[in-house]
Design a binder for this molecule. Structure first.
Ligand SMILES: [Zn+2]
Length: 350
């Protein structure tokens, strides 16, 4: 078990909180898959495997891959059948039923069950647990922008959507040394666009106010962007993304919450020879790099998150976010359980 210290709120949590066919299939469950815990004595074998000690703070990856299926053995454990809710073998943090095993599969609780196949990462001493909970969006940014899109120094990058994952992409693009890093949101994204600028975006455009296509072309000497990332999860944005891309550009589609995009411009994909790259999350290497980036304080990543909300107020927070999740809220929220009980120390010493 791990005593939960901080748990990030992801947009996908809101989708499940709202309900719908997938939620109905998965409920009842404990949400939360961006979790920092303190390892207790019951997980000493797992802790030893990952090179951490009982009592240490660790970030727990959301995937619990089997390690032996074909995709796991190829190193691509993000698509292990265990990560797919349609599979009989499905098990994943924040998505697994209370009726399965010990039931504590989510970070929005005081304790998290640490499965023997859980993947742990030590949190550096200088990083607060609440900031470490941002490792997921930053890891996604690193993977999507750097690993998958192979963004190079002096490339021009456009990021659609200034939510937590979009901001992770901004941070990653800056880290790589991109020339222009243009983030596109809506006027209602106010605070999120400000955070993008603080993280190093060279322009923060509002699609309902600015001539975004013209501005991207102006800033890229008429070429368009070498890399475009759609981090919105909307079919509309996925169809828009190729229009910002330069010839031979790479278009990363990260949104996984919508259905088919009817207006997807296949003609542009072929005429400009674009590469369309689908992505799903990150792997352990990205999490480790994200934690190191946070530790290095190359930017004030704490800006990405609103002040933490205590767990007992979590349902009210989710209700608020669902009611108006496009009205300039902070991009990322974190739940904390409140003070650790005194007996947590005793567990550590056993
Ligand atoms: Zn597997």
């Amino acid at each position: 078990m791990g005593r939960v210290l901080a748990a990030g709120v992801c947009g996908s949590d809101l989708s499940l909180f709202r309900g719908g066919p997938i939620a109905e299939r998965l409920w009842p469950l404990v949400l939360g898959h961006e979790t920092v815990v303190r390892v207790d004595a019951s997980s000493h074998v797992l802790a030893e495997r990952w090179g951490v000690g009982v009592g240490d703070r660790v970030f727990v990856e959301e995937f619990i891959p089997c390690g032996w299926c074909q995709t796991c053995r190829s190193g691509n454990y993000r698509v292990c059948p265990r990560t797919d809710f349609r599979s009989e073998r499905f098990v994943r943090y924040g998505r697994t039923s209370l009726d399965s095993g010990p039931g504590l599969w989510g970070g929005f609780a005081e304790y998290l069950y640490l499965h023997p196949d859980a993947r742990l990462h030590p949190v550096p001493d200088s990083v607060e647990s609440q900031v470490a909970a941002l490792a997921t969006p930053i890891a996604n940014g690193l993977r999507w922008v750097r690993t998958v899109a192979d963004t190079q120094p002096a490339d021009n990058v456009v990021v659609l959507g200034p939510g937590a994952h979009g901001l992770g992409c901004v941070a990653a693009a800056r880290q790589v040394g991109a020339h222009e890093v243009i983030v596109i949101g809506r006027s209602s994204d106010g605070q999120r666009l400000d955070v993008a600028t603080a993280l190093g975006a060279t322009a923060a455009l509002r699609i309902d106010h600015d001539d975004v296509l013209a501005e991207v072309h102006r800033r890229t000497a008429g070429r368009g962007a070498d890399v475009v990332v759609d981090a919105t999860g909307s079919a509309e944005a996925a169809s828009l993304a190729p229009r910002f891309a330069a010839r031979s550009g790479r278009v990363v589609l990260a949104g996984g919450t919508t259905g088919p995009a009817d207006d997807f411009p296949v003609d542009l994909v072929t005429s400009r020879e674009l590469s369309i790259l689908g992505v799903r999350g990150h792997d352990g290497y990205d999490i480790a790099r994200a934690l190191r980036l946070i530790e290095a304080k190359t930017a004030d990543f704490s800006l990405m998150s609103a002040p933490a909300t205590v767990l007992s107020e979590g349902a009210a927070l989710l209700t608020d976010l669902c009611a108006d999740d496009a009205t300039g809220h902070a991009p990322h929220h974190v739940l904390v359980p409140g003070p650790e009980p005194a007996d947590a120390d005793r567990d550590v010493e056993e």
